[in-house]
Design a protein around this ligand. Structure first.
Ligand code: EPZ
Length: 415
């Protein structure tokens, strides 16, 4: 890979064994949670990706110190003193917004750059603010800055209109040090919510109900530093599983909590793969053309994850018939379709629906990643395509995939 592009000569088969990296979407809220406790935190299996590096810049701006030892990340929050978060990474990253709950919980005031949308959607934060206001926070919206403050956060009955992952995390982070009990109804049930709750319990928080629609938190006076193992990234795992189907390969993924994959193993079997799995590994073998999926809709966990929609699209355009995808989480997550068309895919998009003709013989082409998961989908398509593909915009992919080149080489791919 030179600069921000990756060149792949296809077709190639993915085969081999891989230990899957730590989860971006678990690590980011957990890093925000470290600001709630005073001391030295040790996080194992932490992914060294640009989104984590940006979050570490923000923690450093807030007064913390951070050190890497391989994939072990040490965060020292004993000098945390700054509630204004305007570091280089702040404006670049959505997950800055997850700092609202933890900094408010600890400092009773917070200032962040107003989080913008991104290429997959407007990404409003109304549910975050409404939940935090119910705990006693007051927000002032300025042109580019969001300021929050509170006399003291207090427990409340919070009802989320939609099981937003980020809003659930923010209310959890604000409630653990609030006075009294908070019951959050209609929460997200993604595995990353349970990872955050487990981490907060390690810090001494009193939380129950994570993984169910209602979370109950009893506020405590103080939280301590903790040591924790970040779970593996279920979206990275899913990316390589669908890539194995597209390349008719045979891959075993290690250190993957299979429960976090929801209905994906069953879907892989429906698409024609042989699937073997235990609690923390999954092996997939594909010796035929993918079968189509008549209809699939993205939904909150345990439904099919929106983060794998583009990768599934890349797999289904080569399937032996028509498939239909409905994207119900984000309003602009079909951008990869136009890039896959350059490789020979036949896809018709209409609002939140995509109709995939199937039976595409993908050919190498010059394509552009427009966002993180779409970029990963193009890489999987390039492996299945006949000829040379150049994927530009790899900086998007590096936000969430720690070393996709290294991973692919371990899976027998020649780059
Ligand atoms: C998290 O984003 C993930 N990011 C996303 O992964 C993932 O796609 C998403 O959850 C859904 O699973 C991280 O965890 C860092 P949401 P988040 O709030 O929290 C609307 C990736 O590729 N909404 O559950 O921002 C929102 O617009 C990223 O790793 C409101 O309307 O997702 C969207 O349509 C992409 N108001 C829907 O809810 C709000 O206040 C789901 O958003 C908040 C959200």
């Amino acid at each position: 890979m030179d600069g921000n592009e990756l060149k792949i000569k296809g077709p190639q088969r993915m085969q081999g064994e891989l230990l899957v990296q730590g989860s971006k979407n678990a690590a980011l809220p957990i890093l925000a949670a470290t600001l709630l406790g005073d001391g030295i935190f040790i996080l194992h299996h932490c992914p060294r990706i640009s989104d984590v590096e940006h979050m570490l810049e923000l923690l450093t701006d807030a007064g913390c110190q951070t050190y890497w030892e391989g994939h072990m990340l040490i965060v020292d929050t004993r000098n945390f003193h700054n509630h204004c978060v305007f570091g280089y990474g702040a404006g670049k990253m959505r997950s800055t917004v997850t700092l609202l709950g933890s900094i408010l919980g600890r400092m009773r005031q917070v200032e962040i750059p107003y989080p913008g949308g991104c290429t997959i959607g407007k990404r409003p934060i109304d549910l975050h603010l409404k939940g935090l206001e119910q705990l006693g926070a007051v927000f002032v919206h300025q042109e580019h800055t969001l300021k929050g403050s509170t006399e003291k956060l207090h427990g409340a009955n919070v009802y989320l209109d939609f099981p937003s992952v980020g809003a659930t995390e923010n209310v959890m982070l604000a409630a653990v040090l609030a006075e009294g009990t908070t019951t959050i109804h209609g929460v997200a049930m993604e595995p990353e919510i349970s990872a955050l709750a487990s981490f907060l319990r390690e810090m001494g928080a009193k939380i129950k109900g994570d993984g169910t629609p209602v979370i109950v938190i009893e506020g405590v006076e103080k939280l301590r530093a903790a040591e924790y193992i970040i779970p593996s990234d279920r979206i990275v795992a899913g990316t390589y599983l669908f890539g194995t189907l597209m390349t008719r390969g045979e891959v075993r993924l290690l250190h993957v909590p299979v429960a976090h994959l929801g209905g994906i193993p069953r879907m892989l079997e429906k698409m024609g793969a042989e699937v073997k799995m235990e609690k923390d590994w999954i092996c997939v073998k594909m010796e035929r053309q993918c079968r189509p999926i008549p209809y699939i809709v993205t939904a909150p966990f345990p439904g099919f994850p929106t983060d794998l929609q583009s990768v599934l699209m890349a797999a289904l355009v080569t399937a032996s018939g028509m498939s239909f995808i409905e994207e119900k989480i984000f309003e602009a997550r079909f951008q990869t379709a136009q890039e896959l068309r350059k490789m020979g895919a036949v896809i018709t998009c209409e609002e939140s629906f995509a109709l995939l003709e199937g039976n595409a013989k993908l050919c190498g082409a010059q394509v552009e990643a427009k966002e993180l998961r779409g970029g990963a989908a193009l890489i999987m398509a390039a492996l299945a395509a006949e000829g040379d593909t150049c994927i530009r915009g790899m900086e998007y992919v590096q936000r969430g995939y720690e070393d996709i080149n290294g991973d692919l080489k371990k899976l027998g791919i020649v780059l």
